[in-house]
Design a protein around this ligand. Structure first.
Ligand code: DUC
Ligand code: ZN
Ligand code: ZN
Length: 470
């Protein structure tokens, strides 16, 4: 099967140029202007941009939380991702019973319905000598990343000694530690005090998780990484001070990389003060306009490396069904915490929103270039997580994961437009200019305008190799 994409303006992390692309079966076979060939399908991309499919390094699909589960699974979340231009997503395996193989198998089962390509990170939420010895076995399963937490005492958190040992094991085995940086002790103390004082509203979610904790925990992680001579990737950077710490550490040669997410670029604690503030409850929380601005700067000047989503949606009102592919679906959501902010499921939708929102409000607003857009949403995640150049590139031999982007398309965005399986959208009513028109996954057209052409089980598990330190 041959598909020829003609006359598009190719945008990669480093270059912008006019070229045709010939796809043969699942791969990019040729890349040159004015290609003369006789394809099975011809796609005219005149006036359009052609980019590598997005790579979302941070999502939570089908994740049990409190009394419910995140409302997108590996089919619905992947379908939404594809409509937003993303063709690879990485989510996190919950470690159960201290057993890596059992936990990975559970996630493999959940992901059988995958609609785009995917891989896993392991949540390293338990640590002892036996677990330490077994960590390298994850490499044989194609998993080379371990997420550690400096918060969630008694649940997900590891002490600093265990995190340091994990960094050493990662260094010795070509693995990468990812870190959720907040101060667990401060959060536990402030939360107890807030509840005792009768504070129950969503804004207290943010007030009990101060930015200082994120800032010092980021520097602590950077320092441990430098002392272990092992790279670290700090997820969901949300506070301006974290960007300062990243810059400080990188200027001193520490192998620290940083990810932010769109929600931290646009929203503040004031959104949690709205009557529907629970929609913005996630961890780490929203900060201030100064933080938004510093994170944008971190993208403009290249201190940060990626933009992921932390997609972990819940319904705002999970007592009412929504119609998804013709059936009513109801999943408990944010209403679980109506009377107590500590019971609001933590997480936001974003897997579809990431690229269109970042295009209009990042590239369109002159904050980042089109090449940086590709770098942050596709190429860098592919490089860091051991998928490049198979993913994140438009090179000959790469998987033909391709987005044809219409830079002129106007969209009034919101829940009605989105395929994320939840009853709200954070960007409701936002005006967009530029949107994916066609999306190919390994040479197969899976999104054609408003039409879904992908399928359950069409996505493939990606065994990852050792990544690059950027
Ligand atoms: N934060 C969230 O808000 N949800 C899922 C996991 C996380 O780190
Ligand atoms: Zn996290
Ligand atoms: Zn997360």
């Amino acid at each position: 099967m041959k598909t020829l994409i003609k006359n598009g303006m190719l945008v990669t992390a480093t270059d912008t140029f006019v070229s045709d692309i010939l796809i043969e079966d699942e791969k990019i076979a040729r890349l040159e202007p004015d290609l003369e060939t006789d394809p099975d399908h011809l796609v005219d991309a005149t006036g359009k941009l052609v980019m590598p499919g997005g790579v979302d390094p941070h999502v939570h699909l089908d994740l049990p939380m409190f009394e419910t589960v995140s409302s997108d699974d590996h089919y619905t979340g992947h379908k939404a991702a594809a409509f937003g231009g993303t063709t690879t997503a990485m989510d996190f395996v919950v470690l159960e019973n201290e057993d890596f193989a059992h936990s990975v198998n559970l996630w493999m089962k959940k992901a059988e319905k995958a609609a785009i390509d995917y891989s896993f990170h392991m949540n390293l939420t338990q640590f002892n000598d036996r677990i330490a010895k077994e960590i390298p076995s994850l490499m044989t399963m194609g998993i080379q990343t371990l997420k550690v937490f400096t918060a969630y005492n008694g649940r997900l958190r590891l002490d600093d000694g265990s995190i340091f040992k994990t960094l050493q094991i990662a260094r010795d085995n070509g693995m990468l530690v990812m870190a959720h940086c907040e101060n667990g002790d401060v959060i536990e103390t402030l939360t107890g005090q807030a509840l005792a004082a009768g504070h129950k509203t969503p804004e207290w979610h943010a007030l009990t998780r101060p930015a200082w904790g994120a800032v010092e925990a980021s520097l602590r992680m950077a320092a441990m990484s430098a002392q272990a001579d092992s790279p670290v990737y700090i997820v969901h950077m949300n506070a301006g001070g974290e960007v300062d710490m990243l810059k400080y550490a990188r200027e001193r040669g520490a192998k620290v990389m940083g990810e932010t997410c769109p929600q931290y670029l646009f929203f503040t604690i004031d959104h949690l003060r709205r009557p529907d503030g629970a929609k913005w409850v996630c961890s780490p929380p929203m900060r201030t306009e100064q933080d938004n601005a510093r994170l944008w700067e971190g993208l403009s000047d290249g201190v940060l490396q990626t933009v992921g989503t932390d997609h972990c949606p819940f319904y705002f009102d999970g007592t009412k069904p929504i119609v998804y592919e013709g059936s009513e679906v109801v999943i408990p959501g944010k209403e679980l915490g109506r009377d107590d902010f500590t019971k609001i499921p933590n997480g936001l939708p974003g897997i579809q929103d990431r690229m269109p929102i970042l295009w209009t409000y990042g590239v369109g607003a002159g904050r980042i270039t089109p090449n940086q857009f590709v770098e942050y949403t596709s190429t860098n995640p592919a490089k860091i997580f051991g998928l490049y150049p198979q993913k994140g590139s438009l090179l000959i031999g790469a998987d033909a994961d391709i987005v044809i982007w219409d830079p002129e398309k106007k969209v009034k965005y919101g829940a009605a437009h989105s395929h994320q399986r939840t009853d709200y959208n954070l960007y409701e009513g936002w005006e967009l200019t530029g949107y994916p028109e066609k999306v190919f996954l390994r040479g197969t057209l899976i999104v054609d305008g408003d039409e879904w052409k992908g399928k359950r089980g069409g996505g493939k598990f990606l065994k990852r190799s050792i990544g690059e330190v950027l």
